[in-house]
Design a protein around this ligand. Sequence first.
Ligand SMILES: Cc1cc2nc3c(=O)[nH]c(=O)nc-3n(C[C@H](O)[C@H](O)[C@H](O)COP(=O)(O)OP(=O)(O)OC[C@H]3O[C@@H](n4cnc5c(N)ncnc54)[C@H](O)[C@@H]3O)c2cc1C
Length: 266
Amino acid sequence: MARKLNTMTVQRSKRLTDHMVRVFLGGAGFDELELTEDTDMYVKLVFGDPEPADGRPTLRTYTIRAVDREKKEIALDFVVHGDAGLAGPWARSVQPGEEVRFLGPGSGYRPNPEVDWHLLACDEAGLPAVAAALAGMPADAKGTAFIEVAGPADELPLDAPAGIDVTWIHRGVASDELTDDNAGDNAPLVTAVRAAEWPAGRPQVFIHGEAAAVMHNLRRYVRKDRGVPAADASISGYWRRGRTEEGFREWKADLREAEAAAGSAL
Ligand SMILES: Cc1cc2nc3c(=O)[nH]c(=O)nc-3n(C[C@H](O)[C@H](O)[C@H](O)COP(=O)(O)OP(=O)(O)OC[C@H]3O[C@@H](n4cnc5c(N)ncnc54)[C@H](O)[C@@H]3O)c2cc1C
């Protein structure tokens, strides 16, 4: 990921649902962006001093939901998850004119026109990346997308090919109200993906959301049980229940270490 610090300016924001707000960034910094054709481009927003004494700026990671090259703007969609954290509450009340600094973009996925079908799955945090992936697919793309949100009012319009069957899954509570009964292995997204028919042919898989559901469950299902090779599987946790982004980074490092020790890295 580009380590260069970029600066853009908040142009406006728009409340998409009770649990999602879109922030448009523009200004001179647009021309500095190293954009690619990948659909999962993300930036690391810097909160506070970008060069603190300990060398570790406070970062929060967000997907570039859309790029408007004419207006020279990018759109980021933030999950509003109560008062906890930095980025969620910031996005809820941000005003035009505010300067935003970030690292990136980084990226790693784009829909492959060669595959037979696509499997996409996400929760609210992965929705901007899944929405961008669907918008970037060829018109004849086929497959299935599962999107877990709180309820019907959280569904967003999507620009998806007709051959992609989109299923919205309503868990009944917001992502900041998850309990052991509807998170991790018990997430409705996990049940839906595991129950889905697996068509013949080569799939490309894109699954991102809460880390226990994704990394402890769906990744193993897709990679081991279904045998999808790493090159065709973009699967990662985007956040971890009960952990800040810093705490989540530690969780990921621990998981990598445990998998390496057990010789079970996927
Ligand atoms: C590559 C990548 C792309 C991402 N893209 C997006 C994106 O486009 N939109 C987006 O909203 N998020 C996205 N995320 C997830 C986002 O970075 C995390 O949710 C981040 O923790 C939010 O920071 P915060 O300051 O709001 O909360 P933090 O300070 O990190 O955490 C505070 C508390 O809020 C909880 N929390 C964090 N996120 C959520 C959530 N989504 N729902 C409920 N509780 C939460 C934490 O568990 C913690 O208890 C992405 C993550 C990655 C790795």
